[in-house]
Design a protein around this ligand. Structure first.
Ligand SMILES: Cc1cc2nc3c(=O)[nH]c(=O)nc-3n(C[C@H](O)[C@H](O)[C@H](O)COP(=O)(O)OP(=O)(O)OC[C@H]3O[C@@H](n4cnc5c(N)ncnc54)[C@H](O)[C@@H]3O)c2cc1C
Length: 400
């Protein structure tokens, strides 16, 4: 049965049941993006009765998790905490992908390239050495030999991670939620509002109870908790384009071209090969203007398209005059420095806050969900970097 059909049935069943009486859930997770879905799954795995709720559906078009593809990589400069999380998460993604009818993970590798040996690259090499993880160092000549599709002008060297690659984002979250439901979790399509009591939440205006309520609402968190998070989560507009590679040219397929990012000073650009025929993906990893996830304009700007075209044609000469096939505008929900938010609500007892994916959260979904389940069930707080207390009100990106 198609995943969406399975979810529609689950949503219908949930709505019918909840019309009767209170269900006494152990946990309600609000938000079926990658963070909420994995939190619900880890709570379920630990034997808890869990209801997962989303106002528009798992990894819907407006959610940050709703895109086509997301990069997974272990190079994180000196931030070994994220290297370890990416590694542990990849194991879960691969397991899920292995059970899915369509692939959720493409092991195309990830290539970062630099104009000089910057601190971030040096630190990544050091962390990979310490953790005994593969990270190939390629000089300019080797880069040209391995990846002839890319023009490496001004590039001194590259770092290549052979074991990582691309996650099929929306499909992966849908699959995860379908499996969660198939194994006894419950899912409902409903809009949630925090209740006046800590263990209560209003679902489309109807009161529901649970021992713990996790708000994994991504870019909607500042709307739900304006006093607390209005100035601590920065939601920014991001633009993405897909370009048709030359017809019949397999140099842009996932077997030949890895996920890539260009660290050559100035703006950082990144992208993917032509995954599943969708087109060559390209984006600029610079935080755009403030964005409202409900009503923000999701049309590509002319300036944005021009920047992406100029970059693509410079670095990928075969793409000169190749047509754009698609544009996508979505949002990052950034914390001040890029660290995630995995913490208790400071005053609502038994309410938990989860978000701040900051443009790099998708890959970490499985580990983030595990940490949230530990916080809920064992009262074991994750690393202080994920606490609310460390979230500042001025944006100064540190995690890359
Ligand atoms: C353009 C772009 C590129 C990215 N690239 C990468 C990448 O290459 N690698 C990577 O690892 N990460 C990447 N990310 C980041 C990653 O996608 C996000 O960090 C992650 O998806 C955030 O997931 P989330 O579950 O916190 O939020 P979301 O996916 O936004 O989920 C939140 C959910 O909460 C629901 N919700 C909100 N309010 C309510 C309510 N009141 N009631 C019910 N439901 C509610 C919403 O409908 C939504 O489904 C990228 C993000 C973007 C935007």
């Amino acid at each position: 049965m198609a995943i969406t059909r399975r979810l529609a049935l689950a949503a219908g069943a949930g709505a019918a049941l909840s019309g009767c009486s209170k269900r006494n859930y152990d946990a309600i997770v609000v938000g079926a993006g990658v963070f909420g879905a994995w939190s619900a799954e880890h709570l379920r795995r630990r034997g808890k009765r869990v209801l997962l709720v989303d106002q528009m559906g798992p990894a819907n078009a407006r959610a940050s998790s709703g895109g086509e593809s997301r990069m997974t990589r272990s190079a994180y400069g000196r931030d070994a905490i994220y290297t370890n999380m990416a590694l542990a998460s990849l194991r879960e993604w691969k397991r899920l992908s292995g059970r899915s009818a369509l692939p959720l993970f493409h092991k195309c590798g990830v290539l970062f390239f630099f104009d000089q040996l910057v601190e971030y690259a040096r630190d990544s090499i050091q962390v990979h050495r310490e953790l005994d993880l593969p990270l190939e160092q390629l000089d300019n000549a080797e880069l040209k030999r391995r990846f002839p599709q890319i023009s490496f002008d001004g590039v001194a060297f590259g770092l290549f991670e052979p074991d990582f690659g691309a996650l099929m984002a929306r499909r992966a979250v849908e699959e995860l939620v379908a499996r969660f439901v198939a194994r006894g979790g419950e899912y409902q399509l409903a809009r949630a509002t925090p209740g006046s009591n800590p263990r209560e939440v209003l679902l489309d205006g109807r009161l529901e109870h649970a021992e713990a309520i996790v708000y994994a609402c991504g870019p909607w968190l500042p709307k739900l908790f304006p006093d607390l998070l209005g100035e601590r989560i920065f939601v920014t507009r991001q633009e993405i384009a897909f370009i048709a590679p030359p017809d019949g040219d397999d140099n842009f397929g996932a077997e030949r071209l890895p996920g890539w990012a260009d660290f050559n000073g100035g703006d950082l650009y990144y992208g993917f090969p032509n995954l599943e025929g969708r087109g060559f993906k390209i984006a600029r990893d610079t935080h755009g203007a403030h964005f409202d996830p409900d009503v923000g304009d999701r049309r590509m700007s002319e300036d944005g398209a021009a920047l992406l075209r100029t970059f693509a044609e410079r670095r990928f000469p075969a793409l000169v005059e190749r047509p754009f096939t698609e544009f996508r505008v979505c949002q990052y929900e950034n914390s001040s420095n890029g660290d995630f938010l995995i913490d208790r609500h400071p005053t609502l007892e038994n309410a938990f806050l989860l978000g701040g994916g900051s443009g790099h959260g998708f890959k970490h979904g499985p580990e983030v969900g595990r940490l949230m389940a530990e916080l809920v069930l064992d009262d074991r707080a994750p690393d202080p970097r994920f606490s609310l207390a460390t979230k500042a009100t001025v944006q100064a990106r540190e995690v890359l």
